[in-house]
Design a protein around this ligand. Structure first.
Ligand code: SF4
Length: 109
């Protein structure tokens, strides 16, 4: 059984692919598009966050992923380690539309 409640273990599910660290646009139909614009703290060569250990302190817009968020966020890529882990921890993650997102919202980090 996967321990979803342990922070260190939880962080280890991130594959450091960096895909979530590019700005995204959501259109009026709710489709998510990844842009070529990375978060300023993403090393685009290694695909690693340059401030990973202190990212929430330095870049306050960076979102701390939790099991609850991973279940609901629509912009995490299908291969995201957290999404895959949740698929093994529970049944298929429940993806629900986030009504609070504007028609066109950019997000990075
Ligand atoms: S998409 Fe998922 S696995 Fe990749 S860097 Fe973001 S949180 Fe980590």
């Amino acid at each position: 059984m996967t321990d979803c409640g342990n922070d260190q273990k939880w962080d280890s599910y991130c594959k450091r692919c960096g895909l979530c660290c590019f700005e995204k646009i959501e259109d009026e139909r709710g489709n998510i598009f990844y842009t070529q614009t990375p978060c300023r703290y993403l090393d685009v060569v290694s695909r690693k966050c340059k401030i990973f250990e202190r990212r929430f302190e330095i870049y306050t817009s960076c979102i701390k992923l939790t099991p609850e968020l991973v279940r609901t966020l629509r912009w995490l890529p299908p291969d995201c380690g957290y999404r895959k882990m949740m698929a093994g921890c529970e049944d298929e993650p429940e993806i629900i539309p986030n009504k609070r997102l504007s028609k066109r919202r950019r997000r990075s980090g």
